[in-house]
Design a protein around this ligand. Sequence first.
Ligand code: IPM
Ligand code: MG
Length: 366
Amino acid sequence: MSANVLVLPGDGIGAEIMPHVVRVLEHVDTVIDFEYAEVGGIAIDRYGDPLPPDALEAAKKADAVLLGAVGGPKWDDLPMDQRPEKALLGLRSGLDVFANLRPAILFEPLAQASSLKPELVAGLDILIVRELTGGIYFGEPRGVEVGNGGRRGFNTLVYDEREIERIARVAFDLARKRRQQVTSVDKANILEVTQLWRDVVCEVASDYPDVELSHMYVDNAGMQLVREPKQFDVVVTGNMFGDILSDVAAMLTGSLGMLPSASLNAGDQGMYEPVHGTAPDIAGRNIANPLATVMSAAMMLRYSLDASAAADRVEAAVASVLDDGLRTADIFPEGGGEHLRCVGTDEMADAVIAALAGDAGGHPDQ
Ligand code: IPM
Ligand code: MG
């Protein structure tokens, strides 16, 4: 049986990279039926709606959704509920993909690209587990209103215990397969909702005596991530804190262009997308780094398509092209480097495909 994947290329470099990633996926053993739909800015232009109902329906029916990126300056002045980003939030809540996994892994050859000293990031392997369908992103009431004191804007940070419990379980389950350490990030010294967060995470922890749990306030967590990032294994946190901390973690690895993500619901369904955005400034020039989307596709193989061997192969192919010295502009060091070659989007994808083809013959020692 073949897997059904809905591809949502989106805008900017998202749309530019996606055909290359589909090419990569055509070179793994898993048989995939690709379907396509338009979301984001392109869907606004074509249908006047960033997330047309048909696209959401197709997403719900698919085994997995692979998304490029959405947004761009062209649509920035639209009212909030008509912007391209609305497609993302609609897909997240429509698919109930509450668990957003954002691994920050440093590929050894890229240690120099990090903004931190190489010894601080060598071997870095952090997993941020971000709650994705609740918290202040979705809380009601929200809005801007005009009162006697002038305009007043408000959003609501709300979590119920069921939402906290299910994301905590995802984090603990994943920690079990890693280094058995969970850091829960909150602001329990000031926000009641995150005191509840802390209490519920502690309750869940009693089912996981083999996993070590610690708590950290979000301001401290931001500091610790740039001070001593290797102290972390799994970090679990709410929607907005996770948004911020995952960008910080991304930079530790040298480039936003290297970070994949998976958003999972309670079943096997997931939405997979790079952490980076549409990068309108470099779109259409064949210089964007396709590797974050390639690795998002690898996560899709692992978590939704039950093809972890294929996922391993794709990730190994990425590691091997980096070892070979291939770099897109975002990870090419200033002044170049011995054995390094700056390549375009297409050539990077070609190299990943060549590496996949090369390993297919099977080296007996690998
Ligand atoms: C992310 C992005 C989105 C978010 C935006 C584009 C809505 O920053 O996925 O991290 O804030 O969740
Ligand atoms: Mg973000």
